[in-house]
Design a protein around this ligand. Structure first.
Ligand code: ADP
Ligand code: MG
Length: 331
Protein backbone atom coordinates (compact mmCIF):
# COMPACT_ATOMS: atom_id res chain seq x y z
CA UNK A 1 0.00 0.00 0.00
CA UNK A 2 2.81 2.40 0.79
CA UNK A 3 3.98 4.39 -2.17
CA UNK A 4 4.87 7.88 -3.16
CA UNK A 5 2.18 9.86 -4.90
CA UNK A 6 2.56 10.79 -8.49
CA UNK A 7 2.23 14.37 -7.45
CA UNK A 8 4.56 16.10 -5.14
CA UNK A 9 4.63 19.64 -4.01
CA UNK A 10 7.25 22.23 -4.71
CA UNK A 11 7.38 23.72 -1.25
CA UNK A 12 9.36 26.64 -0.01
CA UNK A 13 10.71 25.55 3.37
CA UNK A 14 11.38 28.79 5.14
CA UNK A 15 13.82 29.16 8.01
CA UNK A 16 12.17 28.04 11.27
CA UNK A 17 12.71 31.44 12.85
CA UNK A 18 10.91 33.26 10.05
CA UNK A 19 7.26 34.05 10.66
CA UNK A 20 5.05 32.71 9.30
CA UNK A 21 6.84 29.53 8.26
CA UNK A 22 6.14 26.10 6.88
CA UNK A 23 5.86 23.08 9.21
CA UNK A 24 5.63 19.53 7.92
CA UNK A 25 4.93 16.04 9.16
CA UNK A 26 4.99 12.75 7.23
CA UNK A 27 3.35 9.62 8.60
CA UNK A 28 1.46 6.48 7.72
CA UNK A 29 -2.32 6.80 8.09
CA UNK A 30 -5.09 4.73 6.47
CA UNK A 31 -2.35 2.43 5.15
CA UNK A 32 -0.90 5.27 3.06
CA UNK A 33 1.77 7.91 3.32
CA UNK A 34 0.38 11.31 4.36
CA UNK A 35 2.46 14.48 4.00
CA UNK A 36 0.95 17.29 6.05
CA UNK A 37 2.08 20.89 5.61
CA UNK A 38 0.87 23.97 7.48
CA UNK A 39 1.88 27.60 7.51
CA UNK A 40 2.04 28.79 11.12
CA UNK A 41 3.68 31.38 13.30
CA UNK A 42 6.13 29.45 15.40
CA UNK A 43 7.00 25.80 15.93
CA UNK A 44 4.55 25.26 18.80
CA UNK A 45 1.56 26.38 16.78
CA UNK A 46 2.80 24.38 13.80
CA UNK A 47 3.10 21.17 15.86
CA UNK A 48 -0.34 21.69 17.43
CA UNK A 49 -2.01 22.14 14.04
CA UNK A 50 -0.29 19.09 12.58
CA UNK A 51 -1.41 17.01 15.58
CA UNK A 52 -5.04 18.12 15.09
CA UNK A 53 -4.89 17.09 11.44
CA UNK A 54 -3.56 13.65 12.41
CA UNK A 55 -6.34 13.16 14.98
CA UNK A 56 -8.97 14.09 12.41
CA UNK A 57 -7.61 11.62 9.82
CA UNK A 58 -7.45 8.85 12.45
CA UNK A 59 -11.06 9.55 13.42
CA UNK A 60 -12.17 9.17 9.80
CA UNK A 61 -10.15 5.99 9.42
CA UNK A 62 -12.05 4.46 12.35
CA UNK A 63 -15.34 5.36 10.70
CA UNK A 64 -14.71 4.10 7.17
CA UNK A 65 -12.13 1.31 7.48
CA UNK A 66 -13.25 -2.06 6.10
CA UNK A 67 -10.31 -3.79 7.80
CA UNK A 68 -11.33 -2.68 11.28
CA UNK A 69 -14.09 -5.17 12.19
CA UNK A 70 -15.44 -2.68 14.72
CA UNK A 71 -16.00 0.17 12.28
CA UNK A 72 -19.53 1.18 11.28
CA UNK A 73 -18.59 0.36 7.70
CA UNK A 74 -17.75 -3.22 8.68
CA UNK A 75 -21.05 -3.43 10.57
CA UNK A 76 -22.91 -2.52 7.35
CA UNK A 77 -20.98 -5.18 5.41
CA UNK A 78 -21.48 -7.87 8.05
CA UNK A 79 -25.23 -7.24 8.04
CA UNK A 80 -25.54 -7.52 4.23
CA UNK A 81 -28.63 -9.53 3.33
CA UNK A 82 -29.71 -9.58 6.98
CA UNK A 83 -30.69 -6.18 8.40
CA UNK A 84 -30.14 -2.40 8.05
CA UNK A 85 -27.49 -0.76 10.23
CA UNK A 86 -27.85 2.60 11.95
CA UNK A 87 -24.82 4.84 11.43
CA UNK A 88 -23.51 8.28 12.45
CA UNK A 89 -24.88 11.24 10.47
CA UNK A 90 -21.41 11.85 9.06
CA UNK A 91 -21.09 8.34 7.63
CA UNK A 92 -24.68 8.41 6.37
CA UNK A 93 -24.05 11.69 4.52
CA UNK A 94 -20.78 10.35 3.08
CA UNK A 95 -22.53 7.20 1.84
CA UNK A 96 -25.34 9.29 0.34
CA UNK A 97 -22.77 11.34 -1.58
CA UNK A 98 -20.89 8.24 -2.76
CA UNK A 99 -24.13 6.81 -4.13
CA UNK A 100 -24.58 10.14 -5.95
CA UNK A 101 -21.05 9.88 -7.35
CA UNK A 102 -21.69 6.30 -8.44
CA UNK A 103 -24.75 7.55 -10.34
CA UNK A 104 -22.89 10.56 -11.80
CA UNK A 105 -20.17 8.27 -13.19
CA UNK A 106 -22.73 5.78 -14.46
CA UNK A 107 -21.28 3.13 -12.15
CA UNK A 108 -17.65 3.46 -13.33
CA UNK A 109 -17.01 4.39 -9.72
CA UNK A 110 -19.22 2.16 -7.58
CA UNK A 111 -19.16 2.26 -3.79
CA UNK A 112 -20.27 -1.43 -3.74
CA UNK A 113 -17.37 -2.63 -5.92
CA UNK A 114 -15.64 -4.07 -2.81
CA UNK A 115 -16.85 -7.66 -3.18
CA UNK A 116 -14.64 -7.85 -6.29
CA UNK A 117 -11.48 -7.38 -4.28
CA UNK A 118 -11.54 -11.11 -3.49
CA UNK A 119 -10.94 -12.07 -7.14
CA UNK A 120 -8.19 -9.61 -8.03
CA UNK A 121 -5.21 -9.53 -5.73
CA UNK A 122 -2.18 -7.34 -6.24
CA UNK A 123 0.11 -8.88 -3.63
CA UNK A 124 1.76 -11.33 -6.03
CA UNK A 125 -0.52 -14.22 -5.05
CA UNK A 126 -2.52 -14.31 -8.32
CA UNK A 127 -1.37 -17.09 -10.62
CA UNK A 128 -4.05 -16.94 -13.33
CA UNK A 129 -6.95 -14.81 -14.51
CA UNK A 130 -10.19 -15.53 -12.64
CA UNK A 131 -12.67 -17.75 -14.48
CA UNK A 132 -15.53 -16.14 -16.42
CA UNK A 133 -17.99 -17.73 -13.96
CA UNK A 134 -16.26 -16.19 -10.95
CA UNK A 135 -16.22 -12.80 -12.67
CA UNK A 136 -19.94 -13.07 -13.44
CA UNK A 137 -20.68 -13.96 -9.86
CA UNK A 138 -18.73 -10.96 -8.55
CA UNK A 139 -20.52 -8.58 -10.94
CA UNK A 140 -23.88 -9.88 -9.69
CA UNK A 141 -23.06 -8.78 -6.14
CA UNK A 142 -22.17 -5.22 -7.18
CA UNK A 143 -24.64 -2.39 -7.77
CA UNK A 144 -25.02 0.88 -5.87
CA UNK A 145 -28.62 1.03 -7.16
CA UNK A 146 -29.52 -1.84 -4.82
CA UNK A 147 -28.46 -0.06 -1.63
CA UNK A 148 -31.28 0.96 0.68
CA UNK A 149 -30.71 4.24 2.53
CA UNK A 150 -33.25 5.42 5.08
CA UNK A 151 -32.61 9.07 5.92
CA UNK A 152 -35.22 9.20 8.70
CA UNK A 153 -33.82 6.18 10.53
CA UNK A 154 -30.28 6.93 9.33
CA UNK A 155 -29.78 3.31 8.32
CA UNK A 156 -27.91 1.65 5.47
CA UNK A 157 -28.93 -1.75 4.11
CA UNK A 158 -27.12 -3.93 1.57
CA UNK A 159 -29.88 -6.31 0.42
CA UNK A 160 -27.79 -9.31 -0.70
CA UNK A 161 -25.39 -11.51 1.19
CA UNK A 162 -21.80 -10.94 0.11
CA UNK A 163 -22.49 -7.37 -1.00
CA UNK A 164 -19.94 -4.91 0.39
CA UNK A 165 -19.12 -1.25 0.36
CA UNK A 166 -15.54 0.04 0.46
CA UNK A 167 -13.94 3.47 0.54
CA UNK A 168 -10.66 2.47 -1.15
CA UNK A 169 -11.25 4.87 -4.03
CA UNK A 170 -12.52 7.85 -2.06
CA UNK A 171 -11.46 7.59 1.60
CA UNK A 172 -8.12 9.35 1.27
CA UNK A 173 -9.77 12.23 -0.57
CA UNK A 174 -12.48 12.56 2.05
CA UNK A 175 -9.90 12.47 4.87
CA UNK A 176 -7.84 15.15 3.13
CA UNK A 177 -10.90 17.43 2.79
CA UNK A 178 -11.82 16.97 6.44
CA UNK A 179 -8.30 17.58 7.72
CA UNK A 180 -8.18 20.74 5.63
CA UNK A 181 -11.50 22.09 6.92
CA UNK A 182 -10.53 21.25 10.49
CA UNK A 183 -7.35 23.32 10.11
CA UNK A 184 -9.14 26.17 8.36
CA UNK A 185 -11.68 26.28 11.19
CA UNK A 186 -8.76 26.59 13.61
CA UNK A 187 -7.54 29.60 11.64
CA UNK A 188 -4.67 28.03 9.69
CA UNK A 189 -4.27 30.32 6.68
CA UNK A 190 -2.42 27.96 4.34
CA UNK A 191 -1.37 24.36 4.01
CA UNK A 192 -1.38 21.15 2.03
CA UNK A 193 -2.79 17.74 2.90
CA UNK A 194 -1.21 15.19 0.58
CA UNK A 195 -2.51 11.65 0.99
CA UNK A 196 -0.19 9.72 -1.35
CA UNK A 197 -1.12 11.84 -4.34
CA UNK A 198 -4.60 12.84 -3.15
CA UNK A 199 -3.93 16.43 -2.38
CA UNK A 200 -5.75 19.53 -1.27
CA UNK A 201 -4.10 22.90 -0.69
CA UNK A 202 -5.31 26.29 0.48
CA UNK A 203 -3.83 29.74 0.93
CA UNK A 204 -0.36 30.57 -0.31
CA UNK A 205 3.24 29.89 0.57
CA UNK A 206 4.79 32.32 3.09
CA UNK A 207 6.54 34.12 0.22
CA UNK A 208 3.14 34.90 -1.29
CA UNK A 209 3.39 32.54 -4.24
CA UNK A 210 0.92 29.78 -5.15
CA UNK A 211 1.45 26.17 -4.18
CA UNK A 212 2.45 24.23 -7.29
CA UNK A 213 1.96 20.56 -8.01
CA UNK A 214 4.20 18.60 -10.30
CA UNK A 215 2.60 16.34 -12.86
CA UNK A 216 5.00 13.46 -13.39
CA UNK A 217 4.90 10.33 -15.43
CA UNK A 218 4.91 7.49 -12.90
CA UNK A 219 7.42 5.68 -15.13
CA UNK A 220 9.87 8.55 -14.69
CA UNK A 221 8.97 10.17 -11.39
CA UNK A 222 12.18 12.15 -11.13
CA UNK A 223 11.27 14.44 -14.00
CA UNK A 224 8.09 16.49 -13.91
CA UNK A 225 6.61 17.34 -17.29
CA UNK A 226 4.55 20.19 -15.93
CA UNK A 227 3.96 22.30 -12.86
CA UNK A 228 0.47 23.58 -12.25
CA UNK A 229 -0.83 25.94 -9.54
CA UNK A 230 -3.30 24.26 -7.17
CA UNK A 231 -5.33 27.51 -6.90
CA UNK A 232 -7.35 26.32 -3.92
CA UNK A 233 -8.56 23.19 -5.67
CA UNK A 234 -7.82 19.58 -4.87
CA UNK A 235 -5.57 17.50 -7.12
CA UNK A 236 -5.94 13.74 -7.03
CA UNK A 237 -4.09 11.06 -8.98
CA UNK A 238 -5.24 7.49 -9.46
CA UNK A 239 -2.70 5.08 -10.77
CA UNK A 240 -0.71 3.29 -8.21
CA UNK A 241 2.08 2.17 -10.46
CA UNK A 242 3.11 -0.65 -8.14
CA UNK A 243 -0.35 -2.19 -8.00
CA UNK A 244 -1.06 -4.22 -11.13
CA UNK A 245 -0.90 -7.79 -12.44
CA UNK A 246 0.18 -8.93 -15.87
CA UNK A 247 -1.25 -11.88 -17.80
CA UNK A 248 -0.47 -12.69 -21.44
CA UNK A 249 1.13 -9.31 -21.95
CA UNK A 250 -1.83 -7.30 -20.65
CA UNK A 251 -1.36 -5.05 -17.65
CA UNK A 252 -4.38 -5.12 -15.34
CA UNK A 253 -4.64 -2.12 -13.00
CA UNK A 254 -6.01 -2.25 -9.44
CA UNK A 255 -9.04 -0.25 -10.55
CA UNK A 256 -11.85 -2.52 -11.65
CA UNK A 257 -14.76 -1.80 -13.96
CA UNK A 258 -17.66 -2.76 -11.69
CA UNK A 259 -19.88 -3.38 -14.71
CA UNK A 260 -17.65 -6.04 -16.30
CA UNK A 261 -15.66 -7.29 -13.33
CA UNK A 262 -12.39 -6.77 -15.22
CA UNK A 263 -9.67 -4.30 -14.26
CA UNK A 264 -9.16 -1.31 -16.50
CA UNK A 265 -6.27 -1.46 -18.94
CA UNK A 266 -4.37 1.02 -21.08
CA UNK A 267 -3.84 3.91 -18.64
CA UNK A 268 -0.93 4.69 -16.36
CA UNK A 269 -2.37 7.59 -14.39
CA UNK A 270 -5.36 9.91 -14.17
CA UNK A 271 -5.02 13.27 -12.40
CA UNK A 272 -8.16 15.24 -11.56
CA UNK A 273 -8.41 18.89 -10.51
CA UNK A 274 -11.67 19.60 -8.65
CA UNK A 275 -13.01 21.80 -5.84
CA UNK A 276 -13.02 18.91 -3.36
CA UNK A 277 -10.62 15.96 -2.94
CA UNK A 278 -13.54 13.60 -2.29
CA UNK A 279 -15.05 14.43 -5.68
CA UNK A 280 -11.65 14.37 -7.39
CA UNK A 281 -10.84 10.97 -5.88
CA UNK A 282 -14.05 9.35 -7.12
CA UNK A 283 -13.68 10.96 -10.55
CA UNK A 284 -10.06 9.82 -10.91
CA UNK A 285 -11.13 6.24 -10.30
CA UNK A 286 -14.08 6.64 -12.68
CA UNK A 287 -12.01 8.11 -15.53
CA UNK A 288 -9.53 5.26 -15.11
CA UNK A 289 -12.42 2.91 -15.84
CA UNK A 290 -13.91 5.05 -18.64
CA UNK A 291 -10.67 5.35 -20.62
CA UNK A 292 -9.32 8.34 -22.55
CA UNK A 293 -12.13 9.32 -24.89
CA UNK A 294 -15.16 8.79 -22.66
CA UNK A 295 -13.23 10.06 -19.65
CA UNK A 296 -12.27 13.38 -21.23
CA UNK A 297 -15.75 13.95 -22.70
CA UNK A 298 -17.23 13.28 -19.29
CA UNK A 299 -14.87 15.67 -17.46
CA UNK A 300 -15.41 18.43 -20.07
CA UNK A 301 -19.07 18.48 -19.05
CA UNK A 302 -18.34 19.12 -15.37
CA UNK A 303 -17.77 22.71 -14.20
CA UNK A 304 -14.51 23.45 -12.31
CA UNK A 305 -13.14 19.96 -13.00
CA UNK A 306 -10.14 19.10 -15.18
CA UNK A 307 -8.15 16.01 -16.02
CA UNK A 308 -4.67 14.99 -17.18
CA UNK A 309 -4.33 11.38 -18.36
CA UNK A 310 -1.10 9.49 -19.10
CA UNK A 311 -1.65 6.38 -21.20
CA UNK A 312 0.46 3.25 -21.51
CA UNK A 313 2.16 4.62 -24.62
CA UNK A 314 3.27 7.60 -22.50
CA UNK A 315 0.90 9.94 -24.30
CA UNK A 316 -0.62 12.79 -22.31
CA UNK A 317 -4.30 13.69 -22.81
CA UNK A 318 -6.01 16.68 -21.17
CA UNK A 319 -9.44 18.20 -20.75
CA UNK A 320 -10.28 21.62 -22.20
CA UNK A 321 -9.35 23.59 -19.06
CA UNK A 322 -5.74 22.38 -18.97
CA UNK A 323 -3.09 24.13 -20.99
CA UNK A 324 0.24 22.41 -20.46
CA UNK A 325 1.94 24.79 -22.93
CA UNK A 326 1.61 27.75 -20.60
CA UNK A 327 2.92 25.96 -17.53
CA UNK A 328 6.44 26.30 -16.23
CA UNK A 329 8.73 23.53 -17.36
CA UNK A 330 11.29 22.29 -14.83
CA UNK A 331 13.87 19.55 -15.01
P1 ADP B 1 -5.10 4.86 -6.07
O1 ADP B 1 -5.06 3.68 -5.19
O2 ADP B 1 -4.17 4.76 -7.24
O3 ADP B 1 -5.04 6.17 -5.34
P2 ADP B 1 -7.98 5.05 -6.37
O4 ADP B 1 -8.22 6.25 -5.55
O5 ADP B 1 -8.71 4.99 -7.64
O6 ADP B 1 -6.48 4.84 -6.80
O7 ADP B 1 -8.33 3.80 -5.46
C1 ADP B 1 -8.22 2.50 -5.93
C2 ADP B 1 -8.90 1.58 -4.94
O8 ADP B 1 -10.31 1.75 -5.03
C3 ADP B 1 -8.66 0.11 -5.25
O9 ADP B 1 -7.53 -0.37 -4.56
C4 ADP B 1 -9.93 -0.54 -4.75
O10 ADP B 1 -9.88 -0.72 -3.34
C5 ADP B 1 -10.99 0.52 -5.03
N1 ADP B 1 -11.65 0.39 -6.35
C6 ADP B 1 -11.17 -0.20 -7.47
N2 ADP B 1 -12.01 -0.06 -8.50
C7 ADP B 1 -13.07 0.66 -8.04
C8 ADP B 1 -14.28 1.16 -8.64
N3 ADP B 1 -14.53 0.95 -9.92
N4 ADP B 1 -15.14 1.85 -7.85
C9 ADP B 1 -14.87 2.07 -6.55
N5 ADP B 1 -13.76 1.64 -5.94
C10 ADP B 1 -12.85 0.95 -6.66
MG1 MG C 1 -9.92 7.48 -6.37
Amino acid sequence: MRYYGILFVLGFTGALSAKPAIFERTLLLMGSRFDLTVVAEGADAGARYLEEAVLEIQRIERLISSWDVNSQTSAINQAAGVHPVKVDPELFALIQRTVGLSRLTDGAFDITYASMDRLWRYDGSMKALPSAEDIQESVARVGFQKMVLDAAEMTVFLPTTGMKIGFGAIGKGYAADRARSKLQTMGVSAGIINASGDLTAWGQQPDGTDWLVAITNPLNKAKAFAWLPVDGRAVVTSGNYEKFVRFNGTRYAHIIDPRTGYPSTGLISVTIFAPKAELADALATAVFVMGVRTGIDFINQLPAVDVVIVDEANKVHTSEGINLQTTVQHD
